[in-house]
Design a protein around this ligand. Sequence first.
Ligand SMILES: [Zn+2]
Length: 387
Amino acid sequence: MFHIAQEDDIRKGRTTDVYFVRTMEVLKAKGIDKRVRMEVIVKGLPDDGAWAVFTGLEELTEVVKGLNVRARAMREGTFIRPYEPVLEIEGIYTDFGALETSMLGLICQASGVATKAARCKKAADGRPVISFGARRMHPAIAPMVERNAFVGGCDGVSVLKSAEMIGEEPSGTMPHALILVMGDTVSAAQAFDEVIDKAVKRIVLVDTFNDEKVEALRVAEALKENLYGIRLDTPFSRRGNFARILEEVRWELTTHGFGHVQIYVSGGIEERHMASLNPYVDGYGVGTTITNARVIDFAMDIVEIEGEPVAKRGKMSGSKRVLRCTRCFKDSVIPLEEHAERCGCGGDQEDLLVPWYDRGAFLFQTEKPQSIRRFVLDQLEHFGLER
Ligand SMILES: [Zn+2]
């Protein structure tokens, strides 16, 4: 058997921490039914990042639907900063409190992946970034991981099921296995060109047997204009100065009349490598750093009980508005009932936390992955990589 929970286990709270179950047992035995507001916020971001991308809302609908609560949420794909509530749920605590573990799990991991994908997309400075890391995660959650890589800004995903679920064609080149089994890079490239649907770009791996420069030229001579690109997945033990290798390959391709050939790189590529590789690279295959991104440590806390603001130490009580200036993108968090002033820069303030669910009905619908991704990329122009 696979070691995974089924959908119903998640919806019915069987993936929750036992201490919530015991809490419900105590409250029910004592007849305590209190109306609370709980908010979901994060205090600090991975690697001291200044922002994160909030995702996971579509999956969260699966847990929330049918609950007798009201909720406000941010639009999926919203860039958030620490201490800004992304979700607020209001209802009888015993009606939803036990679902906390699952609710957080759905948004913490999704947002972590989307955030790292957005950071990589920013670091790649306009170049395509393809999610290649499904193999590092449990296959049962590959579609979830790759959806969030995609909405976070990745241009494509490699796994069939992930691509199908987001309505995209899967992206990929060729593995070392094809070249090893065929016995030669050029024969493998020719066979691929002969057999595979013409709609698939011919991107040939050139690091299997020989020097990348030599292989790149051999493949370019053989495939000519059919060759869309080459991929260097050069092992770390052979890399030395990877940027110099790429510069040399680029130079030789151009010098020999193959300036049209794109250069893709993969193999342990991280956000921090991209600035130095960008001058020679046309696209990236990024794996572990995105699929295994640090999660966003969202926490869910009570901020109001029976209409009275209350919070544990270290948290601000009461229901809140999160405002973002539409001109300078500065945020402010104010009490729910407070009037929003104009931003200091003169720009308009927009409410990020808006009514999402009211006892059975969703007040705004989840968007298509392509639309969330567009929203993320638009915001990404206003957010940098500084920490
Ligand atoms: Zn402003």
